[in-house]
Ligand binder design. Sequence first.
Ligand SMILES: [Zn+2]
Length: 444
Amino acid sequence: MVKILDTRKPTVFKIINFGKNFYESVIPRLDRGIQLVRGRLPLWIPRSSRGMTRLPLWIPRSSRGMTRLPLWIPRSSRGMTVQKKSSPQILFLNYYPSIFLLSLLIACTGQTDAVLPPAAVVASSFKVSRERAEEVLSILTQAPHPFGSARQKEIKDYLVSTVQNLGVEVSVQEFAADTPNRDFETHLKASWTTTRQGFNVTAFLDLIPSPPCIMGIGSHYDTKDMSEFAYLGANDSGSSSILLLELLAFLKANTGLNLSCDVQVIWFDGEEAVLPQWNDGLTKHPSGMQDHTYGSRHFVDTLKQCPHDADLWCVERRGNLVPFASLILLDMVGYKDLKLTPDLYSHAKLKALLVEGAKYLGKSHLIGSLAMPIEDDHIPFKEKGVPVLNIIDFSHLDLWHTPSDLPHTVSMQSLEDAGRLALYVLQKVGSIQKPTAISSKEGS
Ligand SMILES: [Zn+2]
């Protein structure tokens, strides 16, 4: 059993007198709440103090007294590092034992392929169906399909039917957004903007009954509107859109997954700026409006405060509000010499999982060394406090937004590699929310 010794200080507690199944036990939420869920030690984000704090975690070593749990704690032998406010969404990152095992393994053998954790075994079995991927890519790149265009509406329908054919229920989030007009100089203020219809395509995979949390994995699927040429966007956004479909098919078919949350797949519309440059809407256009990430901003607007915890954001899933644990974003992952850019906006723990997955999968060379802040569809989630990870190659930009971003430049191997990394992270993230804590909107 677990006994809380000091209930006045919710971030300091001791655990005593537990049985051998320590990690099978559950510590009920204490004030600002902590619990352990099956076999894993979580990191939490408490909401009771500012900034970073440490949470000493004690276990009895012998009858003579208490000792700490040094090996299980990744950051510090003196306690568990707990993060607050910048990411109020509770994370459940069970990477502590694998970090330990990995370093032990490397220290002992100098190699990483002797023992693979289950998440890496599953991830390494992911394969892109080349036939399907090439067919989808050919359709996505037949013609430009920018936000609000007739072609984008057709692509939306195509995605919907393709997902349905894989046996997955799919829904469309339709939204309207004001977008800046390019020829504003010849217009009166009333005509500075045009309303465009957008469509986010989204599907819950139903991999876990009554899921305690939802992990989002997304990609934008619009192409940038380039007035001077027909931009087909095979890599941006074809590659990640295809990969998302392949991941959906894999997740649906694979029974060996080790997931703590259910997965929601999201194709975002309207990521690209309507005006030539990303920030022209803010800096050059008289409207002074943000001109990008329309679909992801709309999606984030549909999140609701969780009924059991106002600091968390919930997504509505069949009438129930379920905590949205985090978002993995894929973008520009088809370049043949893939080199993923460490994104400064992505959550440090999620980036650590990406690096860890790459090591296990023998793909460390895919992680670049030049970190930079990358604005993309994950930013609206981050601004809301949802932990995010952007898996993107923003180092190879020679074809980016040029007429040469064509299907033959998309490497199926790169898609497969990026997909494996995403699958690794996906299996290592969860939530410590209890299913019972989630109330039904319809029921109450
Ligand atoms: Zn782009």
